[in-house]
Write a protein that binds this ligand. Structure first.
Ligand SMILES: [Zn+2]
Length: 530
């Protein structure tokens, strides 16, 4: 019998503290869905009541399997639970679980909270009780637990025990400063697990000594059964424990795989590279090539004696199989490695094709050529699918944009204010019909999008529910010239989402390609007749 080990993701809360990261509501929803599909048990969304984005996030029906968790403070010292607006917002949020943060270091209780040790314990008990009464699963984040334990073990334990005794599902031991070392974590978590059963103990490690992942495993060895972390190790300062490194270790290393079950399936593990890169694309940053398991170089071996040994038996130079996390070996004839990737992708999108079909090699060549000039199919699933369907000859020519024109004008309006207005005119041929549409927008791309989707004749009904949910631009330097890559995320009335890509030296042209792919993808998905 394997034990269940739980994973808790705080990319949207602690990860949002990363320098330069600022999630929109659309970002948060998309990342939450990705984590849900990955099989993460708990997704912490943020602080309801603390800012408009998080309040909106917690007001929505999100339809996720994961235990969606709200984060916030225990009741303030000297207040009752019924007279604390911050706590009220937290209790009212549409969340499955509430994670309270509380002081566990007596020094902080005195200096930061300016209250007594007993009042801090009472605040923990009262807050846990109030959340339980609201029907929420409760977690208590013991801030500075390890430093607190070193200074006053009795008091740190008392804080954790107060929450557990009051019915908190999890007591989270936080290495808030990130300075604890693995042997200390193992020893202290071991002491905690003598008082609180390990299947109620979680570890929350920060990476200030590059050991957040090691500290998480040290805690599991000592009995903790929940690991908290973030995608790609996002987080303030040096980041949080990186779930993208932790998950494959749990799944693929015998010591853990033999003992523990986690919510991430083998099939979901195959998508790990995709998940990691999709987050980077969203943050508009380049993936870390040297990231363990998922980096482009994680399974790259330079040619030479290693290469020939790898060709004979990959296990000779690889600690795990790269395919297990959706990565690829980089020494083999790249065409072979790439072909298996393309085949896996075709299977994922449900395109049946014989694996020896010569068109697959052609598709692979096209993907490589296009990625070399800036297309990013890893992030643009819908554009890849269209490319695959076109190469395999199965996308109808629904319509043809014969001409478009986009203008941006700055002028004074009737009230004498300076305004910038964009207008687009699009000529479309649908069957024998020539259609012309014009639209204004708050920018040239918005105007073009509006005009393009205004009248598609007999196809209009299929794209009525289509909306653009995100638009991202990155300037790439390929060779001597700079090109623009545009990624567009779209959604339909059923909540299905897809991403398309366009690349050009001209931002309007790149946007146009991505918009066209989005519309055509929607028509294909809807089964629109040719
Ligand atoms: Zn933290």
């Amino acid at each position: 019998m394997k034990e269940r080990l739980y994973l808790f993701d705080t990319t949207l809360r602690d990860g949002a503290q990363t320098n330069g990261v600022d999630f929109t509501l659309a970002d948060k929803l998309a990342i939450a869905r990705m984590l849900d599909q990955l099989g993460i048990d708990y997704v912490e969304g943020g602080y309801p009541g603390a800012n408009p984005t998080d309040s909106e996030l917690f007001a929505q029906d999100r339809h996720l399997k994961t235990t969606f968790t709200a984060f916030g403070m225990t009741r303030r010292p000297g207040r009752s639970t019924s007279n604390d607006p911050g706590l009220a917002a937290l209790l009212d949020a549409k969340a499955d679980a509430i994670c309270f943060v509380a002081k566990a270091w007596d020094y902080h209780v005195k200096v930061a909270l300016e209250t007594t040790n007993e009042e801090n314990l009472a605040s923990i008990r009262d807050s846990v009780r109030a959340a339980k009464a609201k029907g929420r699963e409760v977690l208590l984040d013991c801030e500075h637990f390890f430093d607190g334990y070193k200074a006053n073990p009795q008091y740190a334990l008392a804080c954790a025990k107060a929450a557990y005794d009051e019915g908190a599902r999890w007591v989270v031991l936080c290495d808030t400063n990130g300075g604890a070392l693995p042997h200390e974590v193992e020893q202290i978590v071991g002491a905690v697990c003598k008082v609180i059963p390990g299947d109620h103990v979680a570890i929350h490690a920060h990476n200030d000594t590059e050991q957040a992942v090691a500290n998480s495993f040290a805690a599991v060895r000592a009995g903790a059964r929940q690991i908290q972390g973030t995608l790609n190790g996002l987080g303030e300062r040096c980041g949080n424990a990186n779930l993208v490194s932790i998950i494959p270790t749990l799944k693929l290393k015998k010591e853990y795989a033999d003992c523990f079950d986690i919510g991430v399936s083998d099939a979901a593990l195959h998508k790990l590279v995709h998940v990691s890169h999709a987050l980077d694309e969203r943050l508009n940053r380049a993936p870390d090539r040297h990231a363990p398991y998922v980096g482009e170089s994680a399974f790259a071996t330079k040619a030479g004696i290693h290469a020939s040994a790898i060709l004979k038996d990959p296990a000779t130079y690889e600690h795990v199989a790269p395919e297990s996390v959706g990565n690829k070996r980089k020494v083999l004839v790249s065409e072979q490695a790439g072909k298996s990737n393309v085949l896996a992708e075709l299977e994922r999108i449900g395109l049946k094709v014989n694996k020896d079909d010569p068109r697959i090699v052609r598709l692979l060549e096209i993907v490589k050529e296009r990625e070399a000039i800036g297309y990013a199919y890893e992030a643009a699933d819908a554009s890849f699918e269209l490319l695959a369907r076109r190469t395999l000859g199965t996308v109808p020519d629904y319509f043809d944009v014969t001409q478009f024109d986009v203008n941006t004008e700055q002028r004074n309006n009737a009230r004498g204010e300076r305004v910038t207005v964009a207008m687009a005119v699009v000529k479309v041929k649908v069957g024998d019909d020539d259609l012309i549409s014009a639209a204004e927008g708050n920018g040239p791309v918005n105007a073009l999008d509006q005009a393009l989707r205004k009248d598609l004749g007999k196809y209009q009904k299929y794209i009525e529910g289509l909306k653009l949910t995100d638009y991202r631009v990155r300037i790439l330097n390929s060779g001597t010239a700079a090109v623009t890559r545009v990624l567009i995320e779209s959604a339909d009335e059923k909540g299905e989402r897809w991403t398309t890509v366009g690349v050009s030296p001209n931002i309007i042209d790149a946007s146009f390609q991505a918009l066209m792919d989005s519309i055509v993808y929607k028509l294909v998905k809807s089964g629109a007749p040719a």
